[in-house]
Design a protein around this ligand. Structure first.
Ligand code: BGP
Length: 478
């Protein structure tokens, strides 16, 4: 007997902007991902002022799933996927974000895609906003610092909920909504909230305000979604990276716990429907004067999510500073310590399978809703042999070790887990660096960081391995 329920959602995850390409096809508008240049391990991606000639924008063409989706879904079916997580590119549906009417051709694309997935018995799992809001909303409204964005997002949500109500059951509102909290850097503020911080602006205050409007928009979408189809399961999506204390010094222990509390406060808001006490006090002490109305608070309570979707890649270690403030909150400037007990990926991400079990237990103890691991995986360089094969044992090892821990969480700890969708099941553009060669897939795509390649798809060794895992419902991990 398998540790996992019969209907466990084994799948693969991607996001529209990182794999669709077709950035201006059939009326699609410019998204925030379309103005981000390519970077690499050392070079940060730049955000340009609109789409500029001569710049390299890797998301524009990505792996051109837009024109290859039928063949790719065929491959997903051969892999045995039970579900497929992707997002709806908001700017395909509302190219600028503030139009009256949606773009029919954009809606039709997702109709065709969902029909094709369902014909192959693959359940779509859909994120509404995954780092790809219409760029016009940044230019004309300042992104999520503007309350008007709530209305635009809710309209978008309503249109797609209505249109796909009989095709999609599993939804998530905002991808990694909490990324911006701990990082508080240019990239995360832009990708999460479309914020470009002005010289006279307090970025922490701007972030908390934007995140609040997103939480309200999410809660309204949850309510509307449940009215449109009471069977919808609508989740939040948070980036989970457990934070460990560097030493047993109680200050380090408290620092780590405070970072967990701050990094996941949006899960409190979206699952419990209210802000944690320590943060309300922090807002008041810092005199942020956030626009959080009584009506908003009612909306949050009435729009609690059905499950927690989360990504898990790595854990982190922190140490309290000698002059640590009494509230232990130092967003965006926490010094990371290397965990000497763990290995790192080529991009320096700590590989910590036990951290996944820790994360599952942490959520399970705190929140009384099912959990869904909607991203996990290893970004690595792959080598294509002369005969075309790709021996990615390192990826198989990574996935195996994480699935083993996930199994312990279910079997031994009683965690309620809905499914597991490894990230970038087919190679795609990295969100952080814009690279193609930071590969996550079990399906290889012939394209390099210079944008060269045939776009041909091929199986890596991990393809057959993951197929076997799914066929055995997680029992055969050899
Ligand atoms: C998460 C995002 C994804 C994804 C992944 C891997 O933060 O939700 O969009 O890309 O991380 O990160 P990267 O692409 O930077 O390797």
């Amino acid at each position: 007997m398998s540790a996992f329920p019969k209907d466990f959602l084994w799948g693969g995850a991607v996001a529209a902007h990182q794999f669709e390409g077709g950035w201006s096809a059939d009326g699609k508008g410019i998204s925030i991902a379309d103005v981000m240049t390519a970077g690499d391990n050392q070079t940060k991606r730049r955000i340009t002022d609109g789409v500029q000639p001569g710049e390299n924008y890797p998301n524009h063409d990505a792996i051109d799933f837009y024109h290859h989706y039928k063949d790719d879904v065929e491959l997903f079916s051969k892999l045995g996927l039970k579900c497929f997580r992707t997002s709806i590119a908001w700017s395909r549906i509302f190219p600028k974000g503030d139009e009256e009417q949606p773009n029919e051709k954009g809606l039709q694309f997702y109709d065709d895609l969902f029909d094709d997935l369902l014909a192959h018995h693959i359940e779509p799992v859909i994120t509404l906003s995954h780092f790809e809001m219409p760029y016009h909303l940044v230019q004309a409204y300042g992104g999520w610092r503007n309350r008007k964005l709530i209305g635009f997002f809710v309209k978008f949500a309503k249109v797609v909920f209505d249109r796909y109500k009989d095709k999609v059951k599993y939804w998530m509102t905002f991808n990694e909504i909490n990324n911006q909290v701990g990082m508080l850097n240019e990239w995360s503020l832009f990708t999460n909230s479309g914020l470009i911080i002005q010289p006279d602006e307090n970025k922490e205050q701007a972030m908390f305000q934007a995140a609040h409007y997103e939480a309200v928009a999410s809660a309204l979408a949850v309510q509307i979604g449940h009215m449109i189809n009471p069977d919808f399961k609508i989740g939040c999506m948070v980036a989970m990276g457990p934070v460990y204390p560097a030493t047993p010094n109680p200050n380090d222990v408290f620092k780590a716990e405070r970072m967990m509390q701050t990094n996941y406060y949006l899960a409190d808001v979206q699952v419990k429907g209210h802000y944690p006490a320590f943060l309300e006090h922090y807002f008041a002490r810092r005199q942020f004067n956030l626009d959080i109305t009584l009506e908003d608070r009612d909306v949050l309570l009435a729009g609690k999510v059905d499950y927690i979707g989360f990504s898990y890649y790595a854990s982190h270690v922190v140490k309290a500073a000698d002059d640590e403030p009494t509230d232990f909150i130092t967003l965006g400037s926490n010094q990371e310590i290397k965990n000497t007990t763990l290995h790192r990926s080529d991009w320096g991400w700590e590989i910590d399978p036990v951290g996944l079990r820790y994360a599952l237990n942490w959520f399970s103890d705190r929140y009384d809703v099912p959990l869904f691991i909607v991203e996990n995986g290893l970004g690595a360089f792959d080598k294509v042999e002369e005969n075309g094969s790709i021996h990615d044992d390192y990826r198989i090892d990574y996935l195996r070790q994480h699935i083993e821990q996930m199994k312990l969480a279910v079997e031994v700890d009683g965690v309620k887990l809905m499914g597991y969708t490894p990230w970038g099941i087919i190679d795609l553009v990295s969100a952080g660096t814009g690279q193609m060669e930071k590969r996550y897939g079990v399906i290889y795509v012939d394209k390099d960081d210079q944008g060269k390649g045939t776009l041909a798809r091929s199986k890596k060794d991990s393809f057959d391995w993951f197929h076997k895992v799914i066929q055995s419902n997680g029992e055969d991990l050899t």
